[in-house]
Design a protein around this ligand. Structure first.
Ligand SMILES: Cc1cc2nc3c(=O)[nH]c(=O)nc-3n(C[C@H](O)[C@H](O)[C@H](O)COP(=O)(O)O)c2cc1C
Length: 173
C-alpha cells in the first residue's frame, strides 16, 4: 500500500485504451469493498463508458472536469443522505478507495468534485449530472472519478516535500 501511495498522482491525460471487462470487474469489487459508517452503504455508483455521456459529464462544471472527455471510464459516486448522516464521508472513502485500486491496476485517475460546484449561474453541477444520467432526486452527487490508462505519468511526491509540520505528537502545543 505504501508503494501505491508513493506513486499516486492525479492523472488527467489518458491514452484512449479501453478497460477490459476483467479490470472493470476488479474496480467494481474494489468500490463495493469500501467501508461505511455502521455498514449502511449509503452510496451507489454509475460506471459510465459511453463516450457521448463522458463528453457531457466533462461540461458539468466550467473548470476541472474537461479531461472526462478522454477518460475510458467515469465513476459517478452518489450518496443517499436519508440513509446515513455520514454519506459524504462514506462517498469520499469509496472515491479514494477506487482511486487507489486504479493505481494498483496501472490505471490513472482524478477526482472531479461535483457536490457544491456549479454548472452555471442557475444550475448546480449536481443537478446537471442528474439530468445527464437520469439520476433520481433523492441521490446526491459527490464526485465523478475520471479513469483511464495514463498518457502522462508524473512522479510521486518526494518524501522531503511532504508537510511533516502537519503532524504533532501527543499534544498540539
Ligand atoms: C476532494 C477532492 C476534490 C478534487 N476535485 C478536483 C476537481 O474537481 N478537478 C481536478 O482536476 N482535480 C480535483 N482534485 C484533485 C486535486 O487537485 C489533486 O489531488 C491535488 O492537486 C494534488 O495532486 P496529486 O493528486 O497529483 O497529488 C480533487 C481532489 C480531492 C481530494
Amino acid at each position: 500500500m505504501l508503494d501505491i501511495l508513493r506513486k499516486r498522482r492525479s492523472i488527467r491525460h489518458y491514452t484512449g485504451q479501453a478497460i477490459s471487462p476483467e479490470v472493470m470487474e476488479q474496480l467494481r469489487e474494489a468500490v463495493l469493498r469500501a467501508p461505511s459508517s455502521r455498514s449502511l452503504d449509503p452510496w451507489e455508483f454509475v460506471f459510465v463508458t459511453d463516450k457521448a455521456l463522458l463528453a457531457q459529464l466533462a461540461t458539468a462544471k466550467p473548470h476541472g472536469a474537461h479531461f472526462l472527455r478522454d477518460a475510458a471510464l467515469g465513476v459517478v459516486v452518489l450518496g443517499d443522505e436519508a440513509k446515513a448522516d455520514t454519506w459524504i464521508e462514506d462517498c469520499a472513502i469509496a472515491s479514494i478507495i477506487l482511486q487507489l485500486a486504479c493505481e494498483s491496476l496501472g490505471l490513472g485517475s482524478c477526482w472531479v468534485q461535483i457536490r457544491l460546484r456549479a454548472f452555471d449561474q442557475s444550475v448546480s453541477a449536481e443537478e446537471r449530472v442528474r439530468q445527464i444520467l437520469n439520476i433520481p432526486p433523492h441521490l446526491r452527487v459527490e464526485s465523478v472519478i475520471s479513469i483511464g490508462y495514463p498518457a502522462k505519468s508524473p512522479r510521486g511526491h518526494a518524501r522531503e516535500n511532504l508537510k511533516d509540520h502537519k503532524i504533532r505528537t501527543d499534544t498540539y502545543a
